[in-house]
Each structure stands twice: as C-alpha cells, then as structure tokens.
Design a protein around this ligand. Structure first.
Ligand code: NAD
Length: 484
C-alpha cells in the first residue's frame, strides 16, 4: 500500500453526494478528492455491521482470539507508521516527526485494549433478598454478564486523524462491537489505510465499515439511524448537542468527547523555566488544535510580566511551515474555515482593546498559517476568553490567590483539562480537587496514558475514553438470577 494508492482509492470510494476536495493546508493545493457517501453509504454500512454483529463473527470469538488480532493490528500500524504519518502530515499540515510519534501512540491503543479482551468479565453475586412477588428467594445465585453494546458509529475530527480513529476503534473492537467509522471530511486518508490494516490483521468482513462524507450528511445519517446502538463522538460541543438530539429517536447511547478551554495556572513558586516552555508549547504545538490545549493562562501577579515575556519570546521563535519544509516546529491550521474563525477571534479582541504581545496575524504565504499569538488585557466577558478558538492564540491573565484563580479557571462552560504549576505540593493537590476538569495535570502538561480515563466535565463531554472505562463504554451489563 503506497501513499498514491490510498489517494487513488479514496477517489474511488462509493458515494452519491457532492465531490469533496482533500486539501493540503500547508499549500492550499488539492491532494485528492472523494464523493460524499451520504445517507446511502451509511445505510449500507449499518446493514453490513448489523449482519456481522448478529452472526457473531467477531464478538462470538474467544477474547483470546480477538486479542491476538488486535495485537497484530498494532504491529501492522507500526509497520506502516511512515505511510500513515505521511498521510496525516500532508492532510493536516503537522510536522512529519510529530505525526510519526502520534502513530506509535495510536498503535498502543490496540495493544492496550487487546489485553482487555480477556479481562472484562461480569462478577458473581450472592442474592440476599428473602422475599418478593414470586415468594421467598432462597438458594439463589446471581451473576452479571458483560456484553458488547452492538453496532456503534464512530465519528471523529481532523485534528489527530489516526489517534482519534484508534482511540475509538481499539476499545470498540475489544468489546466485540461492529462499527461504522466516519472520519472528518477534511482528513479521510489515514482511516482508509487503517481499515485495510485491520482487515489484514484478521478482523472479519463487515465488522469495520468506513463511511466518508460531511457531518451534516453522513454524520447526521449515522447519528439518527434507528439500527445503530451507540454513537461515540469526538468533536465540537455544538455538534455533540446536535447528535444528542437526533440520537433520541431510538434512544441510542451516546459518548461525547467535546471541546475545551483549559486553564493553566502558573504560581510564583513554580519552576518558571519549565512552566513557561510547557505552557507555550501546550497551546502552540499543532497550532493550538488540540482538545486539551492550555488555551487560557493565569499567572500569579509577581511573575506575570516575566511569564508573558517568556511565552511571547517562544511564540516569536517558533518556525512555521509545512511537512516538507526544514526545521519546522508547527504547521498550519486545517482549513480556510478555521483560519477565518481563528483570525475572527483575534480581530474582535483587537477591536475590544486587547493588547497583542506576540503574533496577531496570519503569515503571508500560501497555507493557513497563523503566527503564535499572545494576548493580554483580556476580560472574562470576551468571547476569546470564554470560547474555544482552536488556534495558536492564548490570553494571559494575572491572579493574586487560590480562590480568585480557581473561580476564574472554572468560569467557563467547558471542563476538559486543567494544569497547575507550583512547587507547593499541598496546594497542587488542593487545586486538583477544586479545578472543574476531567483531567488535571500538576507540574506537567499535555500528558496522557492509555490506561488513564479521559473525559470531559460540564459541556466537554459525556463518558470516558481510555482505560477500563474506555472499553466499558462499549459494553452493557446483564444481570442473571438462577435458582440453585
Ligand atoms: P466538528 O464537531 O465540526 O466535527 C467532528 C466530526 O463530526 C467530523 O467527522 C464531522 O464531519 C462530524 N459532524 C459534523 N456535523 C455533524 C452532525 N450534524 N452530525 C454528525 N456528525 C457531524 O469538530 P471539528 O471542528 O472537526 O473538530 C474540532 C473539535 O473537536 C474541537 O471542539 C475540539 O475540542 C474537539 N476535540 C475534542 C477531543 C476530546 O477528546 N475531547 C479531541 C479532539 C478534538
């Protein structure tokens, strides 16, 4: 499988809707194109998934067999790491080295969840009730069964195509589900290669089905389909709410990993060099298009000027460019739409009196590049303080004490992640309890582990990915009573 063969194959995927151009965001040139699969492709994919599920070709296998296939998939992803990284870097604009390291992390999802195939079991219960409608319950035994939830639609965004695909596919398959994969319309390439690798690893026909297309066509059709048992979605909070509405038709289960506006707290007793570098890279890496990007920075007043200067200096030193340029730290935004959106926030901020300490403009070259941008004099009522920008733009605000900064940090509808930098260990752990976020990092930032649950508080999501919670999200629990 070569890069060119994937580009050609995506062009020939069945579809009946609009032809969608796949763009290299570093050059604005078209890489390939495909046809929106729309509701028809969804219908066919759901029917194949249902058939495979009812036939038990996958969940009927012993867990140890499913595990071997998932481990083989991990090895194949590693084997094709260069090709996958090339596809994701040309398709998202991220530096190749970064894309390559993400492939390794993504393969690990299959190793990690392969291990769970033999370890998610129900439990035995003693039955204590001594009376009831049907009379006395004596000599009874109870136990639970863990069963796959069924046919699941996996919908995810463009910001880390292979990562987002593997984070959902690995636990869904480990649980025994049959799936329909709907990648973002901007980034259809690596998902196609992944689906082929899963088939090569031994996942039976009909268990993994790919549908490409726009969100409002293919994504919406999948979300409202009456024969889909669950939607696992990663994307914006706005779309997450739409999915909840249409999913209510058959009351399908919904798992949501949504947006964030994650606060980073830097105290005056922190290791400032490390905090400044991590906070800067925590927003600028991948041009701020990470769900857990630290997109609001709060600095204790005594070191405020020093931290602002430090982060601005890093912003000014970063080299932007495409995957083919030398020595690049960060790439472009994904699309013209995102560029317009990000610059809209910056221009509005300027009009509202925000001070631009670094960046504040797009780069004068082809591609959707925005200078890493540092803003001060930002007020909490501003849109750029409250809303997810998803670009390399960060407001930095001063604070005086714990109560004040906790109130400011929690003053948003999001609750995905939060970070605190302080050498006071007690304070760090008190903050971990008080910060309203599904993930809190103390004296470190942008960390993740396959075994640690990941989910959003407030409007950042429902349910969890990763860890034991990740596979349990794709299972249901049955209670069995038996007379003995
Ligand atoms: P998006 O919500 O616009 O799109 C995400 C996916 O949903 C795409 O595949 C899209 O085609 C599909 N979609 C769009 N409209 C749909 C609809 N009506 N019905 C069904 N599917 C639909 O998000 P985006 O702009 O592509 O991605 C950025 C967002 O993703 C940010 O908000 C970011 O924070 C979030 N994100 C969250 C996490 C997390 O784990 N919490 C991880 C990565 C990205």
């Amino acid at each position: 499988m070569t890069l060119q063969s994937i580009m050609d194959e995506v062009r020939n995927l069945p579809g009946t809707g609009e032809v969608i151009a796949v763009i290299d965001p570093a050059t604005e040139e078209q890489i390939t194109e495909f046809t929106d699969g729309g509701a028809k492709a969804v219908e066919e994919a759901v029917s194949r998934a249902r058939e495979s599920f009812e036939a038990g070709v996958w969940h009927g296998l012993p867990g140890s067999e499913r595990a071997k296939i998932l481990w083989r998939a991990a090895d194949l992803i590693d084997e094709y790491a260069t090709e996958i990284a090339q596809l994701d870097s040309i398709n998202t604009g991220m530096p190749f080295v970064q894309a390559h390291s993400i492939v390794g992390t993504s393969a690990e999802f299959f190793r990690y969840y392969g291990g769970w195939c033999t370890k998610v079991n129900g439990i035995a219960h003693d039955v204590h009730m001594t009376g009831g409608i049907t009379g006395a319950h004596s000599n009874m035994h109870g136990y639970t069964l863990k069963e796959p939830v069924g046919v699941v639609g996996l919908i995810f965004p463009w910001n880390g195509p292979i990562f987002n695909a593997c984070a959902k596919l690995a636990p869904a398959l480990a649980a025994g589900c049959s799936v329909i994969v709907k990648p973002a319309e901007e980034t259809p390439l690596s998902a196609l290669l992944l689906v082929k690798l899963l088939a090569q690893a031994g996942v039976p026909d009909g268990v993994v089905n790919l549908v490409n297309g726009y969100g409002h066509t293919a994504g919406a059709a999948l979300s409202e389909h009456p024969d889909v048992d669950k939607i696992a979605f990663t994307g914006s909070t706005e779309v997450g709410k739409k999915i909840v509405q249409v999913a209510s038709g058959n009351l399908k289960k919904v798992m949501l990993e949504l947006g964030g506006k994650s606060p980073v707290l830097i105290y005056d007793d922190a290791d400032l060099n490390t905090a400044i570098l991590s906070a800067a890279m925590g927003i600028f890496v991948h041009s701020g298009q990470g769900c857990i990007s630290g997109s609001r920075i709060f600095v204790q007043r005594g070191v405020y000027d020093q931290v602002v200067e430090g982060i601005a200096a890093i912003a000014n030193s970063l080299k932007l460019g495409g995957p083919k340029d030398e020595g690049v730290h960060i790439g472009p935004l994904i699309s013209q739409k995102q560029l317009t959106r990000v610059m809209g926030f910056v221009e509005e901020g300027k009009r509202d009196g925000v001070e631009v300490v670094a960046g504040g403009s797009r780069i004068d070259r082809p591609g959707y590049f925005v200078h890493p941008t540092v803003l001060t004099d930002v007020r909490p009522d501003m849109r750029l303080y409250q809303q997810e920008i998803f670009g390399p733009v960060v407001p930095i605000m001063p604070f005086d004490d714990d109560d004040q900064v906790v109130a400011m940090a929690n003053d948003t509808t999001y609750g995905l992640a939060a970070t605190a930098w302080t050498s006071d260990v007690g304070r760090a752990h008190r903050l971990a309890k008080r910060l309203d976020a599904g993930t809190v990092t103390l004296n470190c930032q942008m960390v993740f582990d396959h075994a640690m649950p990941f989910g959003g508080y407030k409007q950042s999501g429902w349910g969890y990915e990763h860890g034991r919670e990740g596979i349990e999200g794709y299972m249901k629990t049955k209670s069995v009573y038996t007379q003995i």
